[in-house]
Each structure stands twice: as structure tokens, then as C-alpha cells.
Design a binder for this molecule. Structure first.
Ligand code: SDX
Length: 392
């Protein structure tokens, strides 16, 4: 502090806004969307219902849900010219970079999505991106696998249609698998919002300058990409694979994670708010067992993950720092069992977080929040006279 301004690195002790969307209690591991417990929503609701709840504040009646879904389907066509932008990427492009670029590119094809001063315009922009985002997600995957792009099928449910766009093989019928649909629906619900995390704070601060919804979401996607945030779900699988290659030597990785000289962290562990078990991790861990057995998938990685969790929960370094598995620790194991490549894991996180970002952006605009502009404590040079280059 300089006596006037106090610095709070990472905003660990700073509240940026009031919000009525998501409630977290980190000590007790409680997570509620608009007052409803995450355990209830994950078990009893659909992702589209939860998206409606987060964005509009109430669980929808069946008519409201049908209208929401129909309005979204009406917007699920992405302009053919966007494919030309996608074509410009190398196959090796990381899907998160593709997704943030195409989300931003959508602005050029949907200029009316920028000004959202009326409730009607806001609603139109929301169903517009809810319709197009899953197409971009599927296209990002098909770009990597070199498969033809697909717009999906309006007769399918929201999540089932996403799976069809992602996995329908050319020249063959899309094979519906209810286990996979239910698992993805639950995973998307568990990722849908999480109060003022890094990417949501990014969406809010970019939107506070009155940049459009799509521009703010594109910024949020890039924030989520980082391995300390949503990118952790990819980093977890890469870590577990490395341990497996190392003969399952979890002790070596535990030692690395505790070694202050070593930048390595146990990915999928720890959380800024949860100083107890992340309630989502508990649900996902249970779902991982169920989905893998339903799909008849034997994945040694799951056993390595459980072994690592057990060791960490009994290790004073982790216990003292209250480091527990977070949402990213087990989710990748399910994505992999569903046939989703590891580079797409964080894209799946973004797909789930979309309604949360939208809800938070909408709340920020409705609350007429001022433009985000924090201060600093200056620690640089005092005033200096300019020096001619001959004298430098
Ligand atoms: C998500 O905010 C959200 O809600 C995010 C999220 C959401 O839904 O939006 O929940 C999604 O991003 C989950 C987190 C995914 N990230 C990871 O799994 C990456 C590994 N975890 C960490 O890097 C870390 O735990 C964070 C980033 C999640 C939290 O970091 P903090 O709160 O800034 O804590 P910190 O870095 O100050 O660590 C506190 C101590 C340090 O040790 P000391 O300096 O006190 O000795 O704990 C140690 C850290 O070194 N530590 C770890 C560790 N996490 C923290 N040590 C080893 N392995 C880890 N994973």
C-alpha cells in the first residue's frame, strides 16, 4: 500500500461486484445456482434448463424451455463464410484459439448482437450465441480430425445435437448413446457457472467497457485457456499420462509438486475458494466410475488418479494447504472415455461455462456497473530529464 491504495494480488480479498447468480461456500464446499444446490441440478435438471435458470433467474416451465430451445435452434446456423476463417488455421491449431477467434469473428456476421440496450436485443444476442457456440465447438474438433463440418439436427436435444455435430461419421448414421448424452449433460451443468472466477471476471470487465457480448465471451475463452484455470483439465490428463509412462510412480510427482524449486504443480488440485472438497469433483468422480463401467471402458488412468488423490489427501503438504481435487481433476477421464481428444477438454469447459458467462455479463449490464478500472501503487523511476541519444 502507498497509504492511499492497497494492492490485493489476484484479488484474493477483493469483491468486484454484488451478484445474485451463484453462491459458493468454500469452507463447506457448497455450490448453488440461483439458490438451487448443484447436487440437485446435476441429478435432476438438463443443461438447457440450468442455462435458462442462470441467465433468467428461474427454472423454466416446459413452455418456456421449449420456446428457449426453439429460439436457439433458429440461430444455430453459422454463416458459411466463417468456414473460410476456420480453413485458415493449421490442423494443429489449439481448439481454444480457434474457438476464441471464431467467437470474435461471429460479430462481423451478427452485427446486431453488439448493442443490447433493450431486453429484446439482449435476448436475441443470447439465443444467437447459444445456438452458434456449439457449432463452433464441433467445428473446432472436426478441423483437427479432418472431418466434414456439420450443422446438426434440429430434431435432437441440445446436448445430443452437440454430440452428433462432433462425432457423426461421414456416410454413416449418428449412433445415439444415452450414457454419453447424460454424462455430457451432467458435466456441462457442473461447469456452468462459478461466481467471479478468472474467466468470468474477464467477461465482466471486458463487457464493462460496453464491448459486445461475443467480444466479451471471446476474452473469457482466452482467460479460461490458461493451465491454472480451465486449461487444467487438459494438463491433468497430460500429467496422469506422464505418471503412467513413468510406471505409475505417483510419489515422484508428489515430490515435484512440493519442491519449491520445481514449478510443477499437481494439476487438478487446489482452489482459490474451496478449502474443502470441490463439490463438483465429488460428483464427477462418482460419474467417472459410472460412465466408464457403462461404456465398458477400462482406463488405468482412473486408478492412477484415485491413487494420487489418496496420497495427496494424506500428505501434510497438501492437507496443511487445504489442497483437494477440483472440478478439473476427474472431468478429463470422462471426456476421454467419450472419445473427446485431450486438446478439446478445455473447449468442453467453455461450452459448459457459456451460460454462466452470459448470465454474469447480463447482470453486469443490467446493474449498470461502471467500467472496470483499478488503480496501482507506482514503484517505478521518479521524474527524469530526457537524454539525447548521443548522451545515452
Ligand atoms: C478452475 O476460481 C474458480 O472458481 C476456477 C474454477 C471455475 O469453475 O471457474 O473452479 C475452475 O480453474 C479450477 C482450478 C484449476 N487449476 C488447477 O488445478 C491448477 C493447479 N492449481 C493451482 O495452480 C492453484 O491451486 C490454483 C490456481 C487453483 C489456486 O491458486 P491460489 O489460490 O492462488 O493459491 P496459491 O497459488 O497461492 O497456492 C497456495 C499454496 C502455495 O504454497 P505456499 O507458497 O503457501 O507454500 O498452495 C500451493 C502453492 O504452492 N499450491 C499447490 C497447488 N496449488 C496450490 N502446490 C502443489 N500443487 C498444486 N496444485
Amino acid at each position: 500500500t502507498d497509504g492511499v491504495t492497497t494492492i490485493d494480488p489476484g484479488f484474493k480479498n477483493t469483491g468486484s461486484c454484488t451478484s445474485a447468480i451463484t453462491f459458493l461456500n468454500g469452507e463447506e464446499g457448497i455450490l448453488r445456482y440461483r439458490g438451487y444446490a448443484i447436487e440437485d441440478l446435476a441429478e435432476k435438471a438438463s443443461f438447457l434448463e440450468v442455462a435458462y435458470l442462470l441467465i433468467f433467474g428461474e427454472l423454466p416451465t416446459s413452455d418456456q424451455l421449449d420456446k428457449f430451445h426453439n429460439d436457439i435452434k433458429a440461430q444455430s446456423h453459422v454463416d458459411e463464410d466463417v468456414k473460410k476463417i476456420l480453413d485458415g488455421f493449421p490442423k494443429s491449431a489449439h481448439p481454444m484459439g480457434v474457438l476464441s477467434s471464431l467467437t470474435s469473428a461471429l460479430i462481423a456476421f451478427n452485427p446486431s448482437s453488439v448493442n443490447v440496450d433493450s431486453e429484446e436485443d439482449m435476448y436475441k444476442a443470447i439465443v444467437n450465441i447459444m445456438g452458434k457456440f456449439p457449432v463452433l465447438v464441433a467445428w473446432a474438433l472436426r478441423k483437427r480430425t479432418g472431418q466434414p463440418l456439420d450443422y446438426g439436427d434440429d430434431n435432437l436435444g441440445y446436448v445430443e445435437n452437440i454430440l452428433k455435430m462432433m462425432f457423426k461419421k461421414p456416410n454413416s448414421e449418428y449412433k445415439h448413446n444415452q450414457v454419453v448424452v447424460d454424462a455430457l449433460d451432467k458435466l456441462l451443468i457442473l461447469h456452468a457457472d462459478h461466481e467471479q472466477n478468472c474467466s468470468t471476471s474477464t467477461v465482466r470487465i471486458v463487457g464493462s467497457s460496453h464491448a459486445g457480448l461475443f467480444a466479451s465471451l471471446s476474452a473469457g475463452i482466452n482467460a479460461l485457456w490458461g493451465p491454472l484455470h480451465g486449461g487444467a483439465n487438459q494438463a491433468v490428463l497430460e500429467m496422469l499420462e506422464a505418471i503412467k509412462e513413468d510406471g505409475g510412480d505417483t510419489k515422484k510427482y508428489m515430490a515435484k509438486a512440493k519442491d519449491k524449486e520445481d514449478p510443477f504443480r499437481l494439476m487438478g488440485f487446489g482452489h482459490r475458494v474451496y478449502k474443502n472438497f470441490d463439490p463438483r469433483a465429488r460428483i464427477i468422480k462418482k460419474a467417472a466410475d459410472e460412465v466408464l463401467s457403462d461404456l465398458g471402458v477400462e482406463d488405468p488412468i482412473l486408478e492412477i488418479a484415485k491413487g494420487l488423490e489418496k496420497e495427496a489427501l494424506n500428505d501434510p503438504y497438501f492437507v496443511d494447504r487445504k489442497l483437494y481435487p477440483n472440478v478439473d481433476f476427474y472431468s478429463g477421464i470422462i471426456y476421454r472415455a467419450m472419445g473427446i481428444p485431450v486438446e478439446m477438454f478445455t473447449v468442453m469447459f467453455a461450452l459448459g461455462r457459456l451460460p454462466g458467462w452470459i448470465a454474469q455479463w447480463k447482470e453486469m449490464r443490467e446493474n449498470k456497473e461502471p467500467i472496470g478500472r483499478p488503480r496501482q501503487v507506482y514503484v517505478g523511476e521518479t521524474h527524469r530529464e530526457f537524454k539525447e541519444v548521443s548522451k545515452r
